[in-house]
Design a protein around this ligand. Structure first.
Ligand code: HPA
Length: 278
């Protein structure tokens, strides 16, 4: 789908409202292998994506496809257990459909998580990186979720994109990490379409401009920002990108899933502590 109407977002939101009494202000998108935060959710309402009008369907292992409502550390939240990617064949408008539904539900803060390959030579598998900026390669080449008729009810046609990642939220989470003695990295996220991991030459190219690379997040952040939703995004570094074409060390989906599950407790603690401070 290349363009949705406000009515379609509102139909989805109306359905969701009939299935839960929660009206959270915070939503969290759980990336590859990061669905585990859902196990901590108390008093949970589960709404399968497949039951929500116009919602896309998840096609990848590790992305369950549920919208969850409940409380984390006493804070009402909405969790998106599974997201949509360009590489599944979705348009950028479809990958970001849930974000506009969240806006219609009254969400004011969006926390995006993802699995990413480390480009920065200082990064190790298991690191967490705060995203403070992005390069949206598909977006720069026309696969931009804001392309097409503008949704004036959410935001204007031309928006600034130098301030997508909320400075206040970044400061709050950095202070928290200091108190937890947690080494949080910070940097630029390069979004690529996938589904292949990058060639050695692509990695050498990307290393000039970005600290981590992944196949999601930038479009969601952009659409949320367009709708004046505050955005915080965290990458889990699941593999180190190899720029040597003769290396036998190649990334795989299994490696990414295993690493994200290992990083999950660290990320869970951080988000748990952060929520009451938002
Ligand atoms: N490249 C792109 N996406 C990814 C990677 C990677 O190395 N690791 C996890 N997601």
């Amino acid at each position: 789908m290349y363009a949705y109407t406000l009515n379609q977002y509102q139909e989805a939101a109306r359905h969701i409202r009939t299935k839960t009494k929660y009206q959270p202000k915070i939503a969290i998108v759980l990336g590859s292998g990061l669905g585990e935060l859902a196990q901590k959710l108390e008093y949970k309402d589960t709404i399968p994506y497949s039951e929500i009008p116009h919602f896309p369907v998840c096609t990848i292992p590790g992305h369950l496809g549920n919208l969850l409502f409940g409380k984390l550390n006493n804070v009402p939240v909405c969790l998106l257990q599974g997201r949509f990617h360009l590489y599944e064949g979705h348009t950028p408008q479809t990958t970001t459909f849930p974000i506009r539904v969240l806006k219609e539900l009254g969400i004011q803060t969006l926390l995006l998580t993802n699995a990413a390959g480390g480009l920065n030579p200082d990064f190790r598998v298991g690191d967490l990186m705060l995203i403070n900026d992005h390069i949206n390669f598909p977006g720069m080449c026309g696969l931009n979720p804001l392309r097409g008729p503008n949704l004036n009810e959410h935001g204007p046609r031309f928006i600034a994109a130098n301030d997508i990642y909320n400075q206040k939220l970044l400061a709050t989470i950095k202070t928290l990490a200091q108190h937890q003695n947690l080494d949080l990295k910070e940097g630029t996220y390069a979004c690529v379409s996938g589904p292949n991991y990058e060639s050695a030459a692509e990695i050498r190219f990307l290393k000039n401009f970005a600290d981590a690379v992944g196949m999601s997040t930038a479009s969601e952040a952009l659409v949320a920002h367009h709708a004046s939703i505050k955005v915080l995004a965290i990458s889990t570094i699941t593999n180190v990108c190899i720029s040597d074409p003769t290396s036998n060390n190649t990334p795989s989906h299994e490696e990414v899933m295993t690493a994200s599950q290992e990083i999950m407790p660290k990320l869970t603690t951080l988000i748990w502590e952060l929520l009451p401070k938002i």
